[in-house]
Each structure stands twice: as C-alpha cells, then as structure tokens.
Design a protein around this ligand. Structure first.
Ligand SMILES: [Zn+2]
Length: 73
C-alpha cells in the first residue's frame, strides 16, 4: 500500500489509533491492518517513532510486530 497524501494522513509514515494505541507503518501496511476503518477522530500521524513510543503506542501485529512502547523497533 502507499502513503496517503490527503487529510488526515498528510503523507506521514506512521498511523496511530489514539484509543487502541496501535501504531501502523504505512510503508508495510497489510490488508489486515484495516487502517481505513480507524475513526478519523482517533487518527494520530507520526513521522518518527520516538514520540509514539513515549505515548505508549505498540506496533501493529501485522506491519510493526517488533515495535514496543518505550523500546527500540
Ligand atoms: Zn498494521
């Protein structure tokens, strides 16, 4: 899948769901990620991993299985 350039994505690499605290890597997105089903009000976009890590996001099991909050990806 490709990055989404339109709002609310704006071409950034990482998409987070602020309620589930699951982070997706758009460059490795799989159909199982179902990013398009995340309610827009819960979408948080990140270009770097340091911020979502501090916000206790964890990686999606499909596209970011190695990423854990507070750790290194
Ligand atoms: Zn994912």
């Amino acid at each position: 899948m490709a990055r989404r350039l339109n709002a609310p994505y704006f071409g950034k690499r990482y998409i987070g769901d602020s309620e589930t605290k699951i982070l997706h890597d758009v460059d490795k997105e799989t159909p199982s990620c179902r990013i398009d089903t995340i309610p827009r009000a819960r979408i948080q976009m990140f270009e770097w991993l340091s911020i979502p890590s501090e916000m206790n996001y964890s990686g999606c099991q499909f596209c970011m299985p190695g990423f854990k909050a507070g750790g290194k990806s």
